[in-house]
Design a protein around this ligand. Structure first.
Ligand SMILES: [Zn+2]
Length: 404
C-alpha cells in the first residue's frame, strides 16, 4: 500500500551545522562501500594546493595502508562518526607550514585524546576548509531541499561563527550549543546567544570508543571520558540552564543518569539535561531518566548501526540499539516532549530519517509516522511542508515535493 501525506519541515535537533557547512564540498565516502571507488574519488577531487578534509569513511568496509595514503594529495580522512582520523605525510607538511606545528595531527592518532577533544578537532577541520557566506547559503539550500528547516548545532567552533550567522540571518534557523572550553572563551554577549552546554562522556561506535558494558569483538572496551565524581562536578557547575550530554554506550548513559540522581538526592541544583544518542539505554535506566526529567535526544538513522557495526557488536547489543518501542510503550517517553529526534548529519534529510524510523532493522526500533512527526518536525507548516509517499511493501519513502 502506498500512503501519501503532507508533513511539516524538519527540526533536526542534533547536527553539526557549521562543521558540515564548512565541509560541504569535501569528498564524502558515506555511501562508498568499495575501496577502489573511494580511492578514485579522493584522487579525482582532492587538490595538491591545500589540506583536503575527506568525510564519512567507514573503517568496517576498508582501510588504507601508509603507502596508499601517501599517493593521495594532502588529506585528513575522517571516520564516519567524526571520532577517528587518518592523514598522510603531505597533510602533515602543509599543516606545519600553516600553523607552525602539526601537534594536533599527532594527537589525533590517540583515540583517548580524540574523545576528550572533539570540539577542538571540529574547530580545526572547519579552519582547514574555511567557512563563509557562500558556503552557508549553499548548505542551508541543501538543508531546505532535504526538508530540514531548523537545526541545533551541537558544537559551536568559535565566536566568529555567531557573527556570520547573524549577518546572514541563518541564526533564525539555528541554535548553538558550546562545549565548556569554547564557552569560557566567549564574550558575555556571545554567551547569551548560546542555547546550552555540550558535554561528552564517551565516544562512538565508528572507532569502537562508545562505552559499552561488554567488550567490542576486537577486545577493546570503549572510553569513558570522566570519572563519576568529576562528571557530577561538571554538571553541577554549569551556569547555563541547559546541558546536552553525549552518552552513547550503556556504561556512559548509566553514569550520567546516576550522576544526576545523586545530585538530585543531595538537593544540588543542576540544569535541564538532554541525553544525546542514548543508543543502548536499558528499560531500568530509562525509567530513572524519565523520573528525573531527563530528555532523550536520539537518531532514528542510527538504528542501522545494528547492521553497519555488526562486525564489532554482539548480537545482543545489536538488538539493544535504539529501543524506541520500550521507551515509548513501556516507559512512556513522549515524542516531541521528552523524546526528540535528529540525524546528526549521518546523513541529512527526511528520506533516510523517515525510512530508518518506519523500516528499521529491528521491530523494537520502529517509530510510527505520527511519532516521527511529533519528535522530528516543526510544530506547524508555517515555514513550509513536505509531501511524502510511503510504500509499505517496498519499505521506501519518497518525497514528491518540498515547499519552503
Ligand atoms: Zn553529534
Amino acid at each position: 500500500m502506498v500512503k501519501k501525506k503532507t508533513i511539516p519541515l524538519l527540526y533536526d535537533h542534533h547536527t553539526h551545522t557549521t562543521g558540515y557547512a564548512a565541509l560541504l564540498e569535501s569528498v564524502d565516502l558515506t555511501e562508498v562501500k568499495e575501496k577502489d571507488e573511494a580511492v578514485s574519488l579522493i584522487k579525482e577531487n582532492c587538490t595538491e594546493d591545500k589540506t583536503n578534509v575527506v568525510l564519512g569513511w567507514n573503517n568496517s568496509y576498508y582501510s588504507f595502508t601508509e603507502e596508499e595514503l601517501n599517493e593521495f594529495p594532502p588529506v585528513v580522512i575522517c571516520n564516519l562518526s567524526f571520532h577517528g582520523f587518518i592523514f598522510n605525510d603531505k597533510a602533515e607538511e602543509k599543516i606545519k607550514e600553516r600553523f607552525g606545528n602539526a601537534k594536533i595531527l599527532e594527537r589525533m592518532n590517540d583515540p583517548d585524546w580524540v574523545e576528550r577533544n572533539l570540539p577542538a578537532i571540529m574547530k580545526f577541520l572547519v579552519k582547514l576548509e574555511g567557512l563563509d557566506e557562500k558556503k552557508l547559503d549553499s548548505f542551508f539550500e541543501y538543508l531546505s531541499e532535504n526538508g530540514i528547516w531548523r537545526t541545533d548545532d551541537m558544537l559551536l567552533p568559535d565566536e566568529n561563527v555567531l557573527d556570520l550567522f547573524e549577518k546572514t540571518g541563518y541564526n533564525e534557523r539555528t541554535d548553538f550549543w558550546a562545549d565548556l572550553q569554547i564557552y569560557d572563551q566567549l564574550s558575555e554577549d556571545a554567551k547569551k546567544e548560546v542555547k546550552g552546554i555540550k558535554i561528552f562522556t564517551d565516544g562512538a561506535l565508528g572507532p569502537s570508543t562508545a562505552a559499552l558494558k561488554e567488550a567490542y569483538s576486537d577486545g577493546t572496551e570503549g572510553i569513558l571520558v570522566h570519572r563519576k565524581e568529576e562528571l557530577k562536578e561538571i554538571i553541577n557547575g554549569v551556569e547555563e540552564d541547559r546541558v546536552a550530554v553525549h552518552a552513547l554506550g550503556d556504561r556512559a548513559v548509566e553514569q550520567v543518569i546516576e550522576s544526576v540522581e545523586e545530585l538530585e538526592k543531595k538537593r544540588f541544583t543542576y540544569p535541564n539535561i538532554r541525553l544525546e544518542h542514548a543508543q543502548f539505554i536499558s528499560k531500568e535506566y530509562a525509567e530513572k531518566a524519565k523520573e528525573l526529567g531527563i530528555k532523550l535526544s536520539m537518531q532514528p538513522n542510527f538504528s542501522h548501526d545494528s547492521v553497519h557495526y555488526s562486525d564489532r557488536l554482539s548480537g545482543k547489543y545489536a538488538k539493544k540499539n535504539n529501543p524506541f518501542r520500550i521507551l515509548i510503550d513501556e516507559v512512556k517517553f513522549v515524542p516531541g516532549d521528552d523524546l526528540i529526534f535528529s540525524s546528526d548529519g549521518m546523513p541529512y534529510g527526511v528520506v533516510p530519517s523517515l525510512e530508518a524510523s518506519l523500516f528499521p532493522p529491528y521491530q523494537s526500533q520502529r517509530l510510527t509516522l505520527d511519532e516521527f512527526i511529533a519528535g522530528f518536525c516543526l510544530e506547524d507548516k508555517e515555514e513550509g511542508s513536505i509531501q511524502i509517499e510511503i510504500d509499505e511493501e517496498e519499505k521506501k519513502v519518497s518525497v514528491e515535493k518540498v515547499d519552503t
